[in-house]
Ligand binder design. Structure first.
Ligand SMILES: [Zn+2]
Length: 534
C-alpha cells in the first residue's frame, strides 16, 4: 500500500463511536443545549443519520464500519456462529474476520493509530506504529493489548479502567448506573491518554455506555412527563446523563487533538423501544418444520445429570427448551442467534440435513416467509409482527456470503427480538416479555456528526451508510482508497479529494502471545452484554 499523502487534510483523525446513539435523541439534545460539543461539531461540519447493516447488531455493524465490507465479505454477523459442518455454536471474534481494518490499512500506509474498545476487534494484529486496547469480547487487558506492555501502563494511568459492564451484574439498577458512569469516565481518560502519549494519526475509540443504558432504561426515560430526561422520576435522566458525559469527553478530546483535527462521532445503529422477545423456532415448530425434545426439567439441571440417567427425567413439560434440544433428524428449518436468523437444515451443508437444495429449499423458504409475514402482534390491534423477510442471498455478497442465514427476519421496527441462548420458548409461545430487564432495542439508523478539515461545512445529507465509513476515513487520512472495498468515500460529506488504488489492503500478522481461548466462553460473553438471562 502506498504511503499516505503527506498533505493529507486530517491530522489527526478522531473517530469516536457512541454505540447505539440514535438520531431522535441527539437532534433534540443538540437543540436544547445539552450536547454543546456535539452541536458545535455539527455547526462547523455535517450531520446525517447513518444506516446500519441488516440486522443492526454491533458485531456486524462495527466490522463493516472498520473494513468497508459487507458481512458477506468480512464474515461477521453475530456474537456466535454455527461451526461449519456442525450444529455447535462457537463464539465469534476478530479471528473470524476477513478484510483489513482501517487502522491496519493506516499502518500499511505508514500512519499510526490508537484503537480503544472497538467491539469485535479483539484479538488484535501486530501494529508496530500503533496502540490497541480491546473491547467487548476480551475478558481482561493483560495479554490483549498492543504493544503487550500497554496493559500495564494503562492500568497505572487509569486504575479503574473497565472493558464493559451491564445491568445483570447488579441487583440494583442504581449500582449499574454508577458503574456505567465510572466506566465511561475511565474510558474517556484512557482515550485522552492514548491521544496525548502516542499523538496517533488516527484515534478510533468506541464508548458502549450509550448502548447499555438505552437497553436498560429506554422506557424509564420516555415515561409521560419526564420530558425525555432530568425530571424527578427515578432513572428518567439515566440515558441523558450518559450522552452528556460523552459530550463532555468529546469536548476534551477535541481540545487535546487541536484545531487541525478532523472529528467524526458515529454510531453503529440507532435505538428505540423493545416490546418483547420473539421465538421464531416456535413458529417453525407450529409449522411442523422443527422438532424439540422437551423435558420437565430445566436445561441447566439436565446438563448436570449424567447421560445414562437422562431418560429417567420427566418429559413433555411446558418448560422452554435449549438450542441443543432440537431433534435434527426431524427438523427442516431453525432459528439461532440475535435478531431474526433462520437457516434451512440443508442436505450437504448441515450434518443431518433434511432439505434438498434447489426447488425444495426455495419452496420451503417461500412457505416460511409467508407464514411469518402473516403473524400479528399479540395486543389484538392487528399490526404485523414481522415487517419483512429477506433472503440472505439477496442481502450479502462475497466469498463468505454462504455463512449468512438463509432468511433474515425483520420484526416490526425491531420492537421485538430473538435471543441467543433463548431460542426456544415454552410450547406454543411465539412472543413473551423480554427475558432480561431490557426496555430498549436497536434500530437501523445511527448517527454521524463530523467536522474539521476535509468535511463539508453545513452539510446535512439525508442519509449516509456505515459501509462507507472506512473508505471515508481513508480519504481523510490521505490514503488511497482500495477499489476492492464495498463502500466508497462519502462524497456528500467530504470536501477533500482522494485517490484510488487497485492494490488489495494488506493485513499485518495477528498478535498471538495471549491466552485467547479463556476469553471466549460463548455463554459468558453473551451474558456480559446482557442478551441472555442469568
Ligand atoms: Zn445493544
Amino acid at each position: 500500500m502506498k504511503p499516505a499523502h503527506p498533505d493529507r487534510s486530517a491530522k489527526p483523525l478522531l473517530v469516536i463511536g457512541w454505540d447505539g446513539a440514535t438520531p431522535e435523541l441527539i437532534e433534540a439534545w443538540m437543540e436544547d443545549g445539552s450536547l454543546p460539543n456535539l452541536a458545535a461539531l455539527r455547526a462547523r461540519g455535517s450531520y446525517a443519520p447513518l444506516r446500519s447493516v441488516l440486522p443492526p447488531l454491533s458485531p456486524a455493524a462495527w466490522t463493516t464500519a472498520i473494513t468497508g465490507l459487507n458481512p458477506g465479505r468480512h464474515g461477521i454477523w453475530d456474537f456466535g456462529h454455527l461451526a461449519p459442518g456442525t450444529y455447535r455454536v462457537d463464539s465469534t471474534d476478530a479471528r473470524h474476520r476477513q478484510g483489513a481494518s482501517v487502522w491496519e490499512m493506516a499502518e500499511a500506509a505508514g500512519l499510526s493509530s490508537a484503537v480503544l474498545n472497538v467491539p469485535m476487534s479483539h484479538p488484535t494484529s501486530e501494529l508496530p506504529r500503533g496502540a490497541f486496547v480491546p473491547g467487548m469480547g476480551a475478558s481482561k487487558l493483560k495479554g490483549a493489548t498492543w504493544p503487550p506492555e500497554l496493559a500495564e501502563r494503562l492500568a497505572g494511568e487509569v486504575p479503574d479502567y473497565l472493558i464493559d459492564c451491564n445491568m445483570y451484574e447488579h441487583a440494583a439498577p442504581a449500582d449499574f448506573l454508577t458503574q456505567l458512569m465510572d466506566m465511561t469516565r475511565a474510558r474517556g481518560e484512557a482515550a485522552e491518554f492514548l491521544l496525548r502519549e502516542g499523538r496517533p494519526d488516527l484515534l478510533f475509540a468506541v464508548f458502549t455506555a450509550t448502548d447499555r443504558v438505552q437497553h436498560a432504561f429506554w422506557r424509564q426515560s420516555s415515561l409521560p412527563w419526564t420530558d425525555g430526561a432530568r425530571l424527578a422520576w427515578r432513572f428518567s435522566s439515566a440515558i441523558k446523563d450518559v450522552y452528556m458525559l460523552l459530550d463532555d469527553i468529546l469536548g476534551r478530546l477535541i481540545d487535546l487533538a487541536g484545531p487541525k483535527a478532523t472529528v467524526m462521532v458515529v454510531s453503529d445503529h440507532g435505538f428505540g423501544e423493545l416490546e418483547g422477545d420473539l421465538y421464531l423456532n416456535g413458529v417453525l415448530e407450529q409449522m411442523g418444520l422443527l422438532s424439540v425434545r422437551r423435558s420437565r426439567v430445566s436445561p441447566r439441571i439436565r446438563a448436570a445429570v449424567p447421560r445414562v440417567l437422562e431418560r429417567l427425567l420427566p418429559t413433555q413439560s411446558m418448560a422452554p427448551a435449549d438450542f441443543g434440544d432440537i431433534i435434527w433428524e426431524q427438523t427442516r428449518a431453525f432459528s439461532r442467534g440475535l435478531l431474526g436468523n433462520v437457516w434451512l437444515n440443508l442436505r450437504g451443508r448441515q450434518p443431518l440435513g433434511q432439505v434438498e437444495p434447489g426447488p425444495e429449499a426455495e419452496d420451503l423458504m417461500r412457505q416460511i416467509s409467508e407464514r411469518l409475514l402473516a403473524l400479528r402482534e399479540p395486543d389484538g390491534e392487528g399490526k404485523q409482527l414481522i415487517s419483512a423477510v429477506f433472503r440472505g442471498a439477496d442481502l450479502y455478497w462475497g466469498s463468505l456470503a454462504g455463512q449468512a442465514p438463509d432468511l433474515v427476519v425483520v420484526p416490526r421496527d425491531y420492537r421485538w427480538m430473538t435471543r441467543s441462548g433463548r431460542e426456544i420458548g415454552p410450547p406454543g409461545v411465539i412472543t413473551s416479555e423480554p427475558a432480561v430487564r431490557h426496555t430498549g432495542n436497536h434500530r437501523m439508523d445511527g448517527i454521524l456528526v463530523a467536522g474539521g478539515p476535509g468535511i463539508q461545512r453545513g452539510g446535512a445529507p439525508t442519509l449516509l451508510r456505515i459501509l462507507d465509513l472506512c473508505p471515508t476515513a481513508l480519504a481523510l487520512l490521505g490514503i488511497e482508497v482500495p477499489r476492492s472495498l464495498d463502500g466508497v468515500p462519502m462524497s456528500k460529506l467530504l470536501s477533500c479529494d482522494h485517490g484510488w488504488t487497485d492494490e488489495l489492503p494488506a493485513r499485518p500478522e495477528r498478535h498471538k502471545s495471549e491466552s485467547e481461548e479463556a476469553d471466549n466462553a460463548l455463554e459468558e460473553r453473551l451474558r456480559s452484554i446482557g442478551y441472555i438471562a442469568t
